[in-house]
Design a binder for this molecule. Structure first.
Ligand code: FES
Ligand code: FES
Length: 224
């Protein structure tokens, strides 16, 4: 959707909506470990909220129909298609986007590292959805068979790779996790704490967010 930030009319003086303006709702989220508040119309998709209101363009939008999986993020640790959710329904949730997968020092997560090792991406458009999907799946099932690896990615579409290297990346990521090099990622939700009503406003340093200047699988600018 092209409804970017600034498109929606602001509230009028005194906090009321101007005549004809769309009513805005306050939504409190924990995004990649940081507390964030946004004001959005009831019909704002979570995917648009993430990309336009939160400015996290690593989450990609392909089909907007729940088919391609490019928009997948972790909601309280579980993968969801953010194009199928309204932002207001995520109020109080913890969301992990692709920007929150790497360690605070910028070290790639096991799944990101595996994609780099196995050449699991080409244009990268689909990659954020694969990375979040696989991260959650391996937390639940750390030792998948090749068939199970194919099943894990069965709901995500890629037009470039032919999938073989992505299957290899799933198995490689499982290896890395089992070897303990990325043991902390066994948790399904790297940033799964629910929003704390007492927590601060947006703009806090995000401990889970990788350096945007670094080349990370799934976070390439060209694919945003
Ligand atoms: S953009 Fe959400 S599933 Fe395709
Ligand atoms: S790498 Fe291009 S769509 Fe998957």
């Amino acid at each position: 959707m092209a409804n970017g930030a600034g498109f929606w009319p602001a509230r009028g003086p005194g906090g009321g909506n101007q005549p004809g303006a769309e009513q805005l709702f306050s939504v409190r989220l924990v995004v990649n470990g940081a507390s964030r508040n946004v004001s959005v119309p009831a019909r704002r998709l979570l995917s648009d909220c993430i990309r336009h209101d939160l400015r996290l363009t690593g989450t990609h939008v392909g089909c907007e129909h729940g088919v391609c999986g490019a928009c997948t993020v972790l909601l309280d640790g579980a993968p969801v298609r953010s194009c199928l959710m309204l932002a207001v329904t995520a109020d109080g949730a913890a969301i992990t986007t692709v920007e929150g997968l790497a360690r605070p020092d910028g070290t790639l997560s096991a799944v990101q590292q595996a994609f780099a090792d196995c050449h699991g991406l080409q244009c990268g458009f689909c990659t954020p959805g694969f990375l979040t999907t696989i991260t959650a799946a391996l937390a639940a099932k750390p030792d998948p068979t090749p068939d199970e690896a194919r099943e894990i990615i069965g709901g995500n579409l890629c037009r470039c790779t032919g999938y073989q290297n992505i299957v290899r990346a799933v198995l490689r990521a499982a290896e890395l996790l089992r070897a303990g090099e990325h043991g902390r990622e066994r948790s399904a939700a790297p940033h799964a704490g629910r929003a704390d009503p007492g927590q601060g406003e947006a703009g806090r340093a995000d401990p889970g967010q990788a350096d945007p200047g670094q080349a990370h699988p799934g976070q390439g600018e060209a694919a945003s």
